[in-house]
Write a new protein. Sequence first.
Length: 419
Amino acid sequence: MSQSADALRITIDSAGLERRIDELALISEAPAPVVTRVLFSEADMRGRDYVRKAAREAGLTIREDAVGNIFARWAGSEPDLPAVGSGSHTDAIPNAGRYDGVVGVLGAFEALAALKRAGFKPRRSLEVVMFTAEEPTRFGLGCLGSRLMAGSISIKKAQALRDKDGRSLDELRAAAGYTGSLESVKLPSGYYHSFVELHIEQGPILEKENIPIGIVEHIAGPSSYRVTLHGEGGHAGAVLMPIRHDAMLAGAEIALAVEAAAKASGSPDTVGTVGVFKIEPGAVNSVPFKAYLEIDLRDARLDSRSKALSEIKAAAEQACKKRGVTMEFEEINEDPPAAGDKATVAIAEEVSAKLGLKSLRMVSRAYHDSLFMARVSPTTMIFIPCRNGWSHRPEEYSTPGHVASGAEVLAHTMARLAL
Ligand code: GLV
Ligand code: MN
Ligand code: MN
């Protein structure tokens, strides 16, 4: 018997979902509690096996594309209609925790399993995606799978990606068993009717305000840049200060310029970070002849992000001129912010209220695969609180109750969208 979404009563198997989160956390390149699962590492490959097993246990049908995105589908009564999508990632940066991304994959499986147990009969198909490489660890570029699905990266640029050992995406995906053409990853237009990603907040607001559900209205736009500086090396005792061309010091000035530009933007949403800074030769008694920096610059608005970037570039050129250092300043990615779909946001909000769960509309300051899904489908995200806002560290934690509430809101939202 089909049921209207409003009359639907579902029960999330919170203990089962926690057990799966724990089991997946043990599949890691580093000992527990650290979770590290870098794209196409042995741990990522075992993680993928675990995801397939969990999808099958939820009664879903699996397909995989040429870059390793895993799709797990429950066919609706009108399977040719655009589907309702959900999902997230299970790759994890070095020294990460167990919830980032994972809650959005295993939580979505549980949401669909709970809908099945409740006898719900979707008209549209429901589909969960485990996106390949949301994290930028391997290739320096985040959201690789969703970027390709949305057609937001050229095939040439994707094929030019190399990891730190010089291995290409094509080489690594072939070794992992993914051999189709990268062109085929792009979704046909109108593939998704709507898309809703469940994720931990990765910030402190929900916990501080004691609100169990966040609903994402905007995702800040990320950009990143690679800066290579060439100076002149030499003996730290013999090369006197007036004649130095120290590449590290030019880099230090650039790092400070990133901080200054972000702070001066006038918007609290502008954030700039130099998270990678390497020097050569890296010896105490040698003047650095080379420096390499990666800059991460984000903003909810493009105009203030562009202004900050111009200031950073001007300061970098000045620092290099002053120090007689040459510079290559290359863009890695410049992605616009995304807006959540108003109607989908409203449905998630209504569903939360009906379940007696207070919700808050939010900006996502981290990026997510939803940044790219929003380009091809009406999209929103459901956030749950995490302890102290911690993420990308082993202490990352969300209570079983919050995880279950997130899965419950996701299940009801997907059910409403599937009618
Ligand atoms: C995603 O992990 C991000 O860096 O926002
Ligand atoms: Mn992450
Ligand atoms: Mn994530």
